[in-house]
Design a binder for this molecule. Structure first.
Ligand code: SF4
Ligand code: SF4
Length: 411
């Protein structure tokens, strides 16, 4: 691990923070088409609804507008964005040419199946080489379980784990260090390892603790040098009138957890991460987990509100419109290129879900904003809390030591 100069510390970004804003992030759902069978997702191929994909022209207009508005991070998501590999790579190149600093995309890994076939290695070399010519910063591969068979069964991708294991050194050879992306679910540790419903807190905590331990060991053994955990995608209250536009949400019990269960899950993850931080780069900030635990324990004013709809935006594959995130589908903000981000005057307020793409950076950078703008007053209960402040500092130190998760650098 080493410290390096990082785009995070660019003058423009620091200026934004001083002005109470976070450098923008746009998640572009390029397509809702998918070839996976994941029970935890409403975009699986067995769902029958009209699939859509945004045109390259439309996305280029979004990117142009993003550049004008100092958006620093663009993610191309799906569905399975690599179903349209050529087009996706052209878009990544387009964003690269316009100097977007944090370009991300990911896959369910379908291209890693049939890894015993003639030509597999050449195919992966070609893909890695094409991606390496762009400025793609982070490339994630979904892994649902510490057990290969369970993962493959959930995704409907037989043999994919073996293929990933073969592909990783090829990617590394081209200077790309993919991240394993776990969507936390009841099969994280393998089939039937976690209760279908929590009856005993301690038992449930231990089940998840073991699951996370096994998961980290598993992805390290496969050759990953980076890992992320997506928090459960179910929202935090039935009374909230939200309408998900992002089909990655699901009511399947495998990813639906009560508040009480989430507390145990976040605690188990928080207690597991420190042991593995020196072995693999782990995105998940401890301070976010701590905040979410306190929020679910009833202290609604503890965590820092989400920047969704203020600095972070989601563009839906169905209509190409902008939303505050993938959950607040009742709040279309129109086309991104017609939106003036600076004119958004609303203050951050939302804590309705745990979407880590938006919640984690809101917590990490939000703390900086509050420290700069209100140095003598504690705005949230979290900032008043010394454990919170210490965890935040520890996370930042770790982030720096990982070059802020630069997926073009080895660990
Ligand atoms: S989780 Fe990903 S791979 Fe699985 S069905 Fe949903 S979009 Fe497809
Ligand atoms: S917390 Fe953020 S991501 Fe979740 S619903 Fe609110 S704005 Fe959206």
């Amino acid at each position: 691990m080493k410290h390096t100069k990082n785009p995070v510390f660019q003058i423009d970004n620091l200026r934004s923070v001083l002005n109470g804003r976070i450098p923008g992030q746009v998640v572009i759902q390029y397509t809702n088409n998918c070839n996976g069978t994941c029970p935890q997702c409403s975009m699986r191929k067995t769902e029958t609804y009209p699939r859509s994909r945004l045109s390259e022209d439309e996305i280029c207009k979004v990117i142009d507008s993003a550049v004008r508005q100092n958006v620093q991070a663009i993610s191309f998501t799906g569905g399975e964005p690599f179903l349209y590999q050529d087009s996706l790579i052209r878009l990544i190149q387009y964003a690269s040419d316009r100097n977007i600093q944090f370009i991300r995309t990911g896959t369910n890994g379908y291209m890693f199946t049939n890894s015993d076939s003639i030509g597999y290695t050449d195919k992966i070399h070609r893909l890695a080489e094409r991606l390496s010519k762009t400025k793609l910063r982070n490339f994630w591969i979904s892994i649902d379980s510490a057990d290969a068979q369970t993962h493959e069964q959930m995704r409907g991708l037989k043999g994919v784990i073996q293929g990933i294991e073969k592909a990783l050194p090829i990617f590394h050879g081209h200077g790309i260090y993919p991240a394993a992306n776990l969507g936390i679910n009841r099969n994280t540790g393998g089939l039937d390892k976690i209760s279908t419903k929590m009856t005993d807190k301690e038992v449930f905590y231990q089940e998840f603790k073991e699951a996370f331990e096994h998961f980290y060991q598993f992805v390290i053994s496969l050759g990953f040098s980076m890992v992320n955990a997506c928090y459960p995608m179910n929202v935090n209250g039935d009374d909230r009138k939200m309408k998900a536009v992002y089909g990655a949400t699901s009511i399947n019990p495998v990813v639906n957890f009560s508040k009480e269960e989430k507390i145990q899950i976040f605690q188990a993850l928080m207690d597991t991460i420190p042991k593995y931080r020196s072995q693999i780069r782990i995105f998940t900030p401890l301070v976010s987990l701590y905040s979410l635990i306190r929020q679910f324990e009833g202290d609604e004013d503890f965590s820092i509100p989400c920047r969704g709809g203020i600095d972070f935006f989601f563009i839906d594959a169905k209509d190409g419109n902008t939303y505050p995130c993938g959950y607040r589908g009742n709040e279309s903000m129109g086309k991104f290129y017609d939106l003036d981000i600076k004119a958004v005057k609303e203050k951050p307020f939302c804590k309705a879900c745990d979407w880590e793409c938006f919640r984690d950076p809101s917590e990490m950078i939000g703390y900086l904003i509050y420290s700069f703008k209100h140095p003598f007053s504690y705005i949230t209960n979290g900032i008043k809390d010394s454990t919170y402040r210490n965890l935040w500092k520890k996370d930042l130190k770790y982030y720096r030591s990982c070059s802020f998760f630069d997926g073009r650098k080895p660990f």
